[in-house]
Design a protein around this ligand. Structure first.
Ligand code: FES
Ligand SMILES: [Fe+2]
Length: 354
């Protein structure tokens, strides 16, 4: 269940250097490294001769020499040397994948190269504004399917129960979730008005009385989530459109599906408070780590459960609209990708005469 024609995150920019780095995305092993001109490249990590991963070989300038019999490939994937023979067979090549670095994140296109449009790469203006502070967090490894992880990121209803000490509290348990599935990005949100601040905002908002708190979950297909959450003094009676006037934080999650049961969630946050305060970044990281490990525990337990023989279908509740639409869209796009090159349906060749 993977959409191939999409930009996925291969890693943070600082994960790639001179060394040959093996990365697996959508079950596709890749060898990635930074060339002498600083650009990151991605080649199929499989020598076409005896299949040794090229990441086990070594770099010769910007090229890669296989560690078994020395076949050498350039950054375009072409074989430029076969030791012991002069001719290079036409089948001696490895596939390459388009890579673009943006906002210190390395994106890779896993589908048809001709469709790789850089304008489709995720971005938001806050990355490049001095009113906001961007802080790179960490990479959370989960033994779980990326669809379940993404579902969790368009699901504000779990927050009161899974994150009671950091991101949620009992005040939000029964507040309905709104969902908008009109556009390309799915949105689920809710406001909790006039309630005690949650742990996170007690710490970073300095609020003394009650606050209005919001959670907006934006899910960009296939697997990037932006969680916009914040709080403002209840006295302000903040309008939904004025969230910048409160203490506002975007927690971004870039999910990389490794295989059916393994996902890497690289997360960072962008905030409009404590902009020059690196100590606040570390404190927020610590709170996020608590919260995201709570999600990890839930998601891995669900994955284990899904491995067992199933006798009944899981039920769906009112809170599941976002996740349900998400899964349907992924299914539709995967189906489209697998059928669009087959051409138009074949017309009837049988004529019935009255
Ligand atoms: S396996 Fe790579 S050259 Fe033989
Ligand atoms: Fe969560």
């Amino acid at each position: 269940m993977y959409i191939k024609n999409a930009w996925y995150v291969a890693g943070w920019a600082n994960e790639f250097g001179e060394a040959l780095n093996r990365v697996v995305i959508l079950e596709q092993p890749l060898v990635m490294y930074r060339k002498s001109d600083d650009k990151v490249v991605a080649l199929e990590d499989r020598c076409p001769h005896r299949l040794l991963p090229l990441s086990k070989g070594k770099r010769i300038g910007d090229d890669v020499q296989c560690g078994y019999h020395g076949m050498t490939f350039n950054c375009e994937g072409a074989c430029i040397r076969v030791p012991g023979q002069d001719n290079v067979p036409s089948s001696a090549y490895v596939c390459t994948f388009p890579v673009v670095e943006k906002n210190n994140i390395v994106f890779i296109w896993m589908g048809e190269k001709s469709k790789a449009d850089e304008k489709l790469i995720f971005d938001m203006p806050e990355f490049n504004s001095n009113l906001w502070h961007v802080h790179q967090g960490d990479a959370l490894h989960l033994k779980a399917n990326y669809l379940n992880v993404a579902e969790n990121l368009v699901d504000p209803a779990h927050v009161s129960f899974v994150h009671p000490t950091t991101l949620g509290n009992a005040a939000s348990e029964n507040v309905p979730v709104h969902v908008d599935t009109q556009g390309d990005v799915l949105v689920a949100w809710r406001w909790i008005r006039d309630a005690e601040p949650v742990g996170f905002f007690q710490k970073f908002g300095g609020f003394e009385g009650n606050v209005d708190r919001w959670h907006y979950y934006y899910l960009h297909l296939p697997s990037i989530a932006v969680i916009d959450f914040g709080s403002a003094d209840t006295q302000l009676n903040l309008d939904e459109a004025d969230r910048d006037k409160g203490v506002r934080i975007f927690a971004l999650h870039f999910l990389t599906p490794v295989n059916e049961h393994y996902t890497i969630d690289r997360w960072l946050h962008i905030r409009n408070t404590a902009i020059d305060d690196e100590a606040a970044s570390a404190q927020m990281d610590a709170m996020f780590r608590i919260a995201f490990n709570e999600d990890k525990e839930i998601l891995e337990a669900i994955d284990e459960q899904e491995h067992l023989p199933q006798t009944r279908k899981p039920i769906r509740l009112a809170i599941d609209k976002g996740p349900t639409v998400y899964r349907r869209r992924i299914r539709d796009r995967v189906e489209l990708e697998t059928t669009e090159d087959l051409g138009e349906p074949v017309g009837s060749t049988f004529f019935h005469h009255e």
